[in-house]
Write a protein that binds this ligand. Structure first.
Ligand SMILES: [Zn+2]
Length: 363
């Protein structure tokens, strides 16, 4: 009896490699869900990301409208930088971004202080996660979303500067990373009280285009290992998102052992791992891998185009899983967040879910 499972049953089956009715589906639609609020008139990005109730309601409405298998509460990647003191440019409708970093000299890395996580957008993120996790409990698997230490530091200090300073004065970088890890640890403990089932980490810099194993092993792995452990200790499943072109899969999947790994695919970059390669190389053996539809297709593609891409991905994945003797160990998802842009087509998000319901069927 595997036909017509509930979302939770399907995801639990996928996570434990039991038989499931179909592949799970989760285009990473987060900020874009705000378009469903206010009776379909929507609310601005600015309002959405400052109000825990609006933040949460978008995920609740998104679930009702799209019928996802997960709800993962990503806000954007300038939450921590902003609360650490960097200036965030906040337009009405665009994803906010840091336009003034706070590191102008090596000494500035020593000035980092853990902010009050009840204030600022950290507080909105925690309280918003609490509201949608409780509202969606039992309906879907929910997860909070948090920036890893190296990502938060690059957003606060500026990525270019941080990568240069890593070589000139690694100890300065470590001082800042220690403080950001404490900040992350406080966030983990707070997420642990919200009722979310998992916590999804954005460990973006595990990317061979930027860092080798030695550098990643020095500048993030020890901090991430500690935070991953803390995630479990606070009752949440470990999920990782990394939309790098050349992700460190051995470290992030085999060593970190997340329950879910969300990744992207860059067909034009040699060595970027496709869905079937990831499965064939054994990375889905003990982990639910999610990916890898190009997020730009949600703005630029037609329903027909994105339906074809989704259908092709379902078949590619099912063939690879079958060869490896795996069940539903792949979630049809976007490679990164569906752009929260006002021009993103909601019908394209719906198409990914609806096509997966048919073409992702397993027997
Ligand atoms: Zn991403």
């Amino acid at each position: 009896m595997t036909e017509g499972m509930t979302h939770v049953e399907r995801v639990m089956a996928a996570l434990t490699n039991e038989k499931a009715d179909r592949l799970p589906a989760y285009p990473i639609a987060c900020g874009v869900n705000r378009k469903l609020l206010n009776g379909g008139k929507g609310v601005s990005y600015r309002d959405w990301c400052h109000d825990p109730k609006l933040f949460a309601q978008a995920f609740i409405e998104g679930q009702k409208y799209f019928d996802f298998d997960f709800a993962i509460g990503l806000m954007d990647l300038s939450v921590m930088a902003g609360d650490l003191g960097a200036h965030v440019r906040m337009d009405e409708e665009n994803t906010p971004f840091v336009d003034k970093h706070i590191v102008n000299s090596l000494e500035d890395y020593e000035k980092f202080v853990v902010p009050d996580i009840k204030k600022g957008r950290s507080g909105v993120l925690i309280e918003g996660t609490r509201i949608y996790s409780q509202a969606l409990a039992g309906q879907v698997i929910t997860a909070g979303f948090l920036e890893g230490p190296l990502l938060a530091l690059s957003q606060t200090a500026g990525a270019e500067r941080m990568f240069l300073d890593m070589f000139t004065d690694p100890s300065a970088i470590h001082k800042a990373l220690k403080v950001i890890t404490e900040y992350d640890a406080e966030m983990v403990k707070a997420f642990g009280t919200t009722g979310c089932n998992g916590l999804c980490w954005d460990y973006l810099w595990a990317n061979y285009s930027c860092l080798g194993d030695a550098e990643y092993g020095e500048f993030e792995e020890p901090y991430a290992t500690k935070l991953n452990k803390l995630t479990g200790e606070n009752g949440m499943a470990l999920a990782i998102h990394n939309c790098a072109d050349l992700p460190h899969l051995d470290t992030q999947i085999k060593k970190f052992k997340p329950a879910i790994y969300s990744m992207a695919y860059y067909p034009l970059i040699p060595g970027s791992p496709s869905a079937s390669e990831v499965i064939e190389k054994g990375y889905a053996d003990n982990c639910l891998v999610a990916g890898q539809i190009d997020p730009q297709l949600f703005i630029r593609g037609t329903v027909e185009k994105i339906s074809k891409v989704t259908s092709d991905l379902c078949h590619e994945v099912k063939t690879a899983l079958c060869k490896r003797n795996l069940n539903a160990r792949y979630c049809i998802a976007s490679g990164c967040e569906v752009p929260p842009d006002i021009n993103t087509k909601l019908e394209n998000i719906k198409a990914v879910v609806d096509v997966t319901k048919k073409e992702g069927r397993l027997n």
